[in-house]
Write a protein that binds this ligand. Structure first.
Ligand SMILES: Cc1ncc(COP(=O)(O)O)c(C=O)c1O
Ligand SMILES: N[C@@H](CCOP(=O)(O)O)C(=O)O
Length: 462
């Protein structure tokens, strides 16, 4: 299995190289050269299997000879051992034909744990074999950062630097990043919003002297391995609802387009997914683009679903690559236009996107009303991101096709917003009950590439 860049100018890599490389050297994102397709019988055979076994069968064709079967099984077992639910990703029925996929039973209470725990294990195994050290740099609007710190804290061969937008993550998210005492963890509070943090991370990858000097690695969803691990729960949930004998649709609270892109990969692999519905908050650039073809960021608006306060949606580039017939030059051109302000998707590419994706938007009042109503009617207490998903899903229900909405975070990560909407203060699980008492450690940084690179160099100096 080879991986190619969405901008067509970087060398093809193996899975292991793509995982450790992060961003391609031409600024693009790695994707598999070909998507392996699973037959009807192979998908049917997933019914009733433990999550770990499904994960093995789905991911195995993508990893080539990076790990033996035995090593890979061990990695998967260790990755999911710390999850607080035997099913790992349980399905709950909300209404006739509408289901919620709870993805918040991992160690940091968000869907990011599904991929980050896997990546942590895979990095450890690969680095132990090579004897190399890496410097991980990540951008977060709250959840990627805490999941990455949880997965990499205390590892000998890794320093992990997480840039989060100062004052724009929830207190629980911030404390999850700033309270781990391990010396290899560095929480950096950047002046600006998530798009600034993500842009600086990409700048660091595009500064080859810095990148090679510190052996930079990335754990944002620019890393293909992140997307791959998220493909698995589309299969477990669809099969539980009758696939491959029956079609299923998904609604995904979306920001950086990584999670929904994993659903698209599941569909390309043969899972009979009918619609993939992009659910956005006020930062609705993806909804606007899918409906009007215009992709022009117009400033991030802070919302009560802060993890989705994103206007430059990194993985949309992967979807555009396919929509433009895998024409790297066309994607590179669009990304240049984006740097200059924005771009328009061609008619053909928009049509190609709309073959798979629908979209919708949920404002702040609708988010609060959905949290309140779902608590009253189903007993389910939603986080604001999941509420955005449920609201949009409700506009896309079809009688004959079950809809699965992804519940991407635990309500206790956003207690103030949830309490304001529902009157209920969601408690943290007992293992985190002292989160508010633990000392915090963070470094404020300006939105300035040189300053951030200097700080990282100083911190990792022997
Ligand atoms: C809780 C939550 N929901 C939804 C999203 C959006 O996911 P994606 O960025 O993969 O579109 C995020 C951030 O990524 C998140 O943290
Ligand atoms: N919402 C994310 C933003 C980063 O997304 P990623 O999937 O590219 O890591 C977060 O919580 O940090």
């Amino acid at each position: 299995m080879k991986y190619v860049s969405t901008r067509g100018q970087a060398p093809e890599l193996t899975f292991e190289q793509a995982m450790l490389t992060g961003l391609a050297r031409d600024g693009g994102l790695y994707v598999p050269a070909e998507i392996p397709v699973m037959g009807h019988a192979d998908i049917a055979a997933l019914a009733g299997l433990p999550y770990e076994e499904v994960a093995f069968r789905i991911m195995r064709p993508f990893i080539g000879d990076t790990f033996t079967d035995e090593e890979f099984q061990g990695i998967i077992e260790r990755a999911y051992a710390g999850f607080g639910h035997a099913a790992r990703a349980p399905l709950v029925q909300l209404d006739q034909g509408h289901f919620l996929l709870e993805l918040f039973h991992g160690p940091t209470l968000a869907f990011k744990d599904f991929a980050m725990q896997m990546i942590g294990q895979m990095f450890q195994a690969a680095l132990a074999r090579s004897g190399n050290r890496v410097t991980i740099v990540g951008a977060t609007s709250g959840d990627t950062g805490s999941a990455a710190i949880e997965a990499f804290k205390g590892l000998e061969a890794v320093d992990v630097f997480i840039l989060y937008p100062h004052g724009r993550v929830s207190e629980v998210q911030r404390r999850q990043m700033t309270t781990p005492p391990e010396a290899n963890v560095h929480a950096l509070a950047i002046e600006g919003h998530f798009d600034d943090a993500q842009a600086r991370v990409k700048d660091m990858f595009n500064d080859f002297e810095f990148r090679d000097g510190v052996r930079l690695a990335g754990v944002n969803s620019i890393n293909w391995a992140r997307v791959l691990a998220q493909v698995v729960y589309y299969f477990t949930s669809a099969v539980a609802l009758g696939s491959p004998h029956r079609k299923v649709s998904f609604t995904v609270p979306t920001g950086n387009f990584g999670d929904i892109f994993a659903g698209y990969i599941a569909k390309r692999m043969g899972l009979p997914i009918d619609r993939l519905v992009v659910a956005t908050n006020l930062n609705d650039i993806l909804h606007r683009c899918l409906t009007s073809a215009d992709y022009t960021p117009d400033g991030v608006i802070p919302s009560i679903s802060p993890s989705m306060d994103i206007q430059v949606s990194s993985n949309f580039e992967r979807a555009l690559f396919d929509a433009y017939g895998r024409d790297g030059a066309a994607v590179a051109q669009l990304m240049d236009e984006l740097k200059a302000g924005g771009f328009r998707v061609s008619q053909g590419a928009q049509q190609a996107l709309r073959e798979h994706f629908d979209s919708g938007r949920c404002d702040e009042d609708q988010t609060r009303a959905t949290i309140r109503r779902l608590r009253a009617t189903t007993g389910e207490l939603l986080c604001p991101h999941s509420a955005v998903g449920v609201h949009v899903a409700e506009q896309h229900l079809h009688r004959d096709v079950p809809m699965v909405t992804l519940a991407t975070a635990h309500p206790a990560k956003f207690p103030d917003a949830v309490e304001a909407a529902s009157g209920i203060h969601p408690p943290l699980p007992p293992r985190m009950a002292d989160l508010y008492d633990r000392p915090e450690r963070l470094t404020p940084v300006p939105n300035d590439l040189q300053a951030i690179e200097t700080l990282i160099r100083e911190r990792i100096a022997p």
